[in-house]
Ligand binder design. Structure first.
Ligand SMILES: [Zn+2]
Length: 462
């Protein structure tokens, strides 16, 4: 995550610079006790001077530190004046004596935060930028959406979608994305960035006007071309354009161009503006390696065999990836045994550009949760692949996040492709194994893994 975080921070610095150059000066001669905050970090100083945010200690703000869920609830609670007295909460994993308990419960009662499906809140989990969009849009009651386009967010205008949440905060002037046409929803949110969002929400002097950037000016080549609300013919037509009309392109979702013609903004098929866009999916081709098989059952426990779970989940991942237009090679589709080196060789020979091995863990009965491995010896892409998968998987499985770990398993260490190895959960744990036996949870795991792989490819495409 080192690179990703420093990118976020650079963006932040750039954003702050843009704002100050417009001369916004909402806080008068703000004092600055922090050694890691510059006088141009107006948003942080604004919040600090209003006593809405503290440093990690008296001289350190920690702008690049991740924001946890309890911190976010507390900061937003203070900012909008929620009751913060320590009290019992609806969540068993929130200690009523902890500083955050009152704000968490107040935010919950106002519908600003929701817990996890298992009833927990996970106060120490870090937040992503996508989660932040939901949180801010609810906390500040943002309802307006606009013609907002981000390369890395699926156009889904339903009321509960990530796109809608991000569109609300962009329309409210709270976020412009990264400034390069993306929003990076799965990236960890850091404290400096959180401060910028929150200051903008509280004080209009900090706000940024969302503006689409024109990537190309093209010309419509047919008559009566429908402009739609989303990137398929399944979306409603909101206008028509004719031969010769100019179409300003903001970006593409597959073969659909998003942009503006006259006073209508929406999607048109790129073929009809004289553009043939190669589907990005053509370059996306991953090997899925269901661990064990044949005479090698892998781990066993609670009446289950690892090789069966691995194959079942892998097949579900395969189907979900294919539905996204991502090509898949399976090292096995039946109950057969292959050596570790054969798995790597087959994956490489298939022509795929990434590799994921799917396994199930075993340990003492108390161990629970998922973890994803990469081998640091083979470059940064492997770690990214592992991180994107793990960030989604533990949430989908409602179990502990054991993290992303560097370990030299043979199929990832000796692999020339970016490679990760995921452990879905513990076959030896009562709760994990019940989920691994359930079609619902196997499907949730597969969806999370497929979405994580898509996140990885979207990140690669940047
Ligand atoms: Zn295994």
């Amino acid at each position: 995550m080192k690179n990703a975080l420093s990118k976020v921070f650079l963006f932040l610095v750039a954003a702050v610079f843009v704002i100050t150059s417009f001369g916004a000066q909402p806080a008068s001669a703000a004092s600055n006790p922090f050694k890691d905050v510059s006088s141009s970090d107006k948003e942080i100083l604004y919040l600090w001077n209003k006593k809405l945010i503290n440093g990690i200690d008296s001289i350190t703000f920690g702008p690049t530190d991740a924001v946890t869920r309890e911190q976010a609830a507390t900061l937003i609670g203070r900012a909008i004046g929620l009751k913060g007295d320590l009290r019992n909460t609806t969540f068993p994993d929130v200690n009523p004596k902890r500083y955050s308990s009152g704000y968490i419960q107040s935010a919950y009662e106002k519908g600003i935060i929701t817990g996890n499906p298992d009833g927990s809140f996970r106060p120490q989990d870090t937040m992503t930028r996508g989660e932040m969009a939901f949180l801010l849009s609810r906390a500040f009651n943002y309802t307006s959406t606009g013609n907002v386009f981000f390369d890395d967010i699926k156009s889904d205008t339903s009321s509960t979608s990530l796109y809608t949440a991000v569109s609300k905060i962009a329309t409210a002037g709270v976020s412009n994305g990264t400034g390069t046409g993306t929003y990076t929803p799965t990236k960890e949110l850091v404290r400096g960035e959180f401060a910028v969002f929150l200051a903008r929400a509280l004080n209009s002097n900090f706000k940024v006007a969302y503006k689409n950037t024109v990537s190309e000016n093209l010309t419509v080549i047919v008559d009566n071309l429908n402009v739609r609300t989303g990137p398929s013919t399944g979306y409603r037509a909101i206008g028509k354009v004719n031969t010769g009309a100019e179409f300003q392109v903001y970006g593409y979702k597959g073969v659909w161009a998003y942009g503006k013609s006259g006073n209508v903004t929406g999607y048109v098929h790129s073929e009809f503006i004289g553009k043939s866009v190669p589907a990005a999916a053509n370059n996306r081709f991953i090997t899925i390696d269901p661990g064990h098989g044949g005479h090698d059952p892998g781990a066993t426990g609670n009446g289950l065999r690892e090789k069966d779970i691995n194959l079942d989940v892998s097949k579900r991942v395969e189907a979900k990836l294919k539905a996204k237009g991502i090509k898949v090679y399976m090292t096995r589709s039946t109950d057969v045994f292959h050596s570790l080196s054969a798995r790597v060789d087959k994956g490489v020979a298939s022509g795929s550009d990434a590799f994921l091995s799917i396994h199930t863990n075993a340990a003492s009965p108390g161990a629970s949760g998922s973890e994803t491995f990469y081998s640091a010896s083979v470059g940064n892409d492997s770690k990214q692949l592992a991180t994107f998968i793990q960030n989604r998987l533990y949430k989908a499985m409602d179990h502990p996040n054991r993290g992303v770990k560097n370990y030299g398993f043979q199929v990832i260490r000796t692999n020339p492709l970016p490679a990760a190895l995921v452990e879905l959960g513990f076959i030896t744990n009562k709760y994990d194994s019940a989920k691994l036996a359930s079609g619902t949870y196997k499907d949730r795991a597969a969806t999370a893994i497929a979405d994580g792989i898509e996140d990885y490819y979207n990140w690669k495409a940047k």
